[in-house]
Write a protein that binds this ligand. Sequence first.
Ligand code: CTP
Ligand SMILES: C[C@](O)(CO)[C@H](O)COP(=O)(O)O
Length: 247
Amino acid sequence: MTTLAILTAAGSGTRLGRDLPKALVDLAGFPLVLHAARRLAASGVVDSLVVTCPPGLAVEVGELVAHDPQVGLPVRAVEGGSTRQASVAAGLRLAAADVDVVLVHDAARPLAPPGLVRRVVAAVRQGHAAVVPGLPVVDTVKRVVPTSPDTVTRAEGPLAERVVETPDRGLLRAVQTPQGFDRPVLVRAHEDGARRADAEHLAATDDAGLVEALGLPVHVVAGDDAAMKITTERDLLVAGLLAEEES
Ligand SMILES: Nc1ccn([C@@H]2O[C@H](COP(=O)(O)OP(=O)(O)OP(=O)(O)O)[C@@H](O)[C@H]2O)c(=O)n1
Ligand SMILES: C[C@](O)(CO)[C@H](O)COP(=O)(O)O
C-alpha cells in the first residue's frame, strides 16, 4: 500500500497580485510548488505526487516537478478546477489502485517541513482516518454579525460589524496542510462535498471540513510555524527569511 500526496497548485494567487499563478512565484530561487514538492519527497513517507495545475499549465508544471532531482518521485499533473475543492477532487481521481493514504498539501505552504509530513502520515497509519496539523491561536478571536441588515460585505466600515461571541481560544487551532486521510474516507467526503457545493454553491476551504460534514472524527497533530501559508506579499517576505535561515 502507498501514500499519495496531492499538491494543490492551481490557484491564481489573486491576493498576491502577481502576473503569474502563485505556485510559480519565486521564493529563494525556486517556484513555490517546487519547494513544497521537495519537502514532501524529503519526508521519505510519500510514494507519489499528483500536482493540480493552473489552466493550460499541466504539462509545464508537471515536467518542472517530475524532472527535479530533489523530488525523484513518480509525478502526475492535472488541471485544477475553479475552486480548491474541485482541484483536490480532480487530483484524487488520478490516485493509483495501490494508494491507501492520501495527503493534501498546498503549494502555498512551500516550507512545510519533512518532519511535519511524517507526523501526519504516521497518525493516519496508526488508524486515524483524518488528520490535520494545527497551531494554537495567538489572537483573541471574535465572531461577528453585520450591524445592519443592509451590510452586504464584511468589514465595510468601522461600525459595519458587531461582536456576538468570543470563543475560548484555548479550544481553537489554526489548521495547516498537509492534511492526511484514509483514501476511502477522503473519496466519500469529496463525493458528498461535491453534491453540497452544487446545491449551495459553496466550496469547502479545507478537506478535513468535508470529513467533518460526514460526522467523522478529525484528529489534530502539532503544526509547525514553517508551514505558514503564503497569501500576501508580506507572507512571501517572511517565507524568504525563513528559507534563508533554513539554508
Ligand atoms: N482552484 C484552485 C484554488 C486554489 N488551489 C490551491 O489551493 C491552495 C490554497 O489556495 P490559496 O492560498 O487561496 O491560493 P489561491 O487561490 O491561488 O489564492 P487567492 O485566493 O489569493 O487567489 C494553493 O496552493 C492553490 O494553488 C487550487 O489548486 N485550485
Ligand atoms: C487548506 C488551508 O491551507 C488550511 O488552512 C486553507 O484553508 C486554504 O485556504 P484558502 O482560502 O484556499 O487560502
